[in-house]
Design a protein around this ligand. Structure first.
Ligand code: HEM
Length: 403
């Protein structure tokens, strides 16, 4: 049942700790584990060599020989998160080892059963999600704080860059998440100074996220993103290459369908939208709401808590103060800028790269050409239509000063 805004009158102040959100790292898991207990060595040995095993077409054979281990020896939340990271990467590699036109449609029981078991423990669907790929997949390489991934797919520096730049965007959002909590508490108190400060902190944080996103250009090659990274993130829902989904052996007789990994599964913008009162069109909202089922349940609960909190927009409208209106609008303007910038990234890494890949295939002898999903039909257009609608609804939320 959804909490109601009135309940906030008697509620205690909103805090991060209750939702597995860190003061320092936000939704990123603080200092994720890199090793599992020795019992799980067969998983770790495969996971650590995943890029080589996939590139040499040996992963599927190695996984088929893997012993069936259960998840009962995992000690606590952090080991469960690492186990899911490891099994989700192995599963994506297993399905897509031979490319996007020749997926494996059955996940063998020795992989499917523990993957589903640990997913149930964590309340996540049994497919790679943003919280595996990014939130659980970073470590400090040296005391200077340079970052490294824990588990990788093929794609070398570009893959590392894609994961770690996304982690930096999450890190840049941390002051913004704290600002949302401060603002909600400031409305409850009420404290006008604290609210104004929180709105300013939020807009600065969103601008930092846009700057961090810009590092994608420095580290990620669009052709490698398109031809390699994108493939390993593909899911088995609405994917013509796997029309019925994936059979999880030992788990379900029927194939199951799940969407692939995407930063649409990041909790950050869902929280900002709820806080700022951005309401998306039906189709976009349906997709974005579905993505909440691909988030850790405590993060999803935080979005719902922010949604149930006293409405900022109503407060701004009733306050009649121009400086509140300006600070609120500024948050929306920089959120529009972030979303517009993200659209230019998607155009470069998906749409333009897909067109280049198609051009290259047309120059190949017939028979060798593969036809990736994004080149068929109107996949690219649909993505841009969605992203523009989400951006434009953010723009429409801006309030106009009373004349
Ligand atoms: C090469 C880099 C990137 C590409 C190609 C890309 C692509 C996409 C695509 C195709 C979508 C549409 C939904 C879907 O198909 O899942 C999407 C949505 C989204 N992406 Fe990205 N993305 C990239 C990087 C990022 C980063 C670093 C972030 C920030 C953490 C991000 C945040 C989002 C969000 C929040 C959405 C949902 C739409 C919205 O709320 O505006 N993306 N992205």
């Amino acid at each position: 049942m959804e909490p109601h805004r009135q309940d906030w009158k008697i509620a205690t102040a909103l805090s991060l700790g209750r939702y597995h959100i860190s003061e320092d790292y936000g939704f990123l898991l603080p200092n994720p584990l890199k090793e599992l207990p020795d019992h799980y060595r067969p998983w770790m040995e495969i996971a650590k060599k995943l890029p080589q095993l996939i590139e040499s077409h040996q992963l599927q054979a190695q996984v088929d020989k893997m012993p069936l281990l259960d998840c009962q020896l995992l000690k606590g939340y952090r080991e469960q998160r690492l186990a899911r990271l490891v099994l989700s990467f192995i599963a994506m590699g297993y399905v897509w080892q031979e490319g996007e036109t020749q997926p494996r449609e059955v996940l063998p029981r020795n992989l499917a059963m523990p993957f589903v078991e640990v997913s149930r423990m964590l309340g996540l669907p049994p497919i790679l999600v943003h919280s595996d790929m990014v939130l659980t997949n970073w470590t400090k390489k040296n005391p200077q704080g340079n970052l490294e991934t824990i588990i990788a797919f093929p794609g070398g520096e570009s893959l590392r860059g894609f994961i770690l730049v996304t982690a930096l965007v999450e890190k840049a959002a941390v002051p913004g998440i704290k600002a949302v909590v401060q603002a909600v508490n400031a409305i409850l108190q009420p404290s006008q100074d604290a609210l104004l400060q929180a709105l300013q902190d939020l807009s600065l944080s969103i601008q930092d996220m846009t700057r961090a996103l810009g590092q994608m250009h420095d580290y990620v090659d669009p052709d490698i993103f398109y031809a390699v990274i994108r493939v390993f993130l593909s899911g088995w829902k609405d994917n013509p290459a796997m029309p019925t989904g994936l059979k999880y052996e030992g788990v379900s007789e029927e194939p199951l369908q799940y969407s692939g990994g995407s930063a649409a599964q990041s909790t950050v913008l869902h929280v900002f939208d709820e806080f700022l009162g951005v309401r998306h069109g039906k189709e976009s909202a349906d997709f974005l709401h579905r993505m909440r089922d691909y988030m850790p349940p405590s993060h999803k609960a935080f979005i719902e808590e922010v949604r149930a909190a006293p409405a900022l927009r109503d407060f701004i409208l009733s306050s009649g103060h121009d400086h509140f209106l300006a600070a609120y609008n500024r948050c929306l303007e920089v959120l529009v800028e972030l979303r517009s910038y993200h659209i230019t990234i998607v155009t470069k890494y998906l749409i333009t790269a897909a067109a280049r890949a198609k051009g290259r295939r047309l120059n190949q002898p017939p028979g060798l050409a593969e036809l990736p999903q994004a080149c068929r039909g109107t996949g690219g257009t649909a993505v841009l239509t969605f992203l523009k609608s989400v951006r434009d609804k953010t723009l429409e939320t801006i309030l106009h000063p009373r004349g």
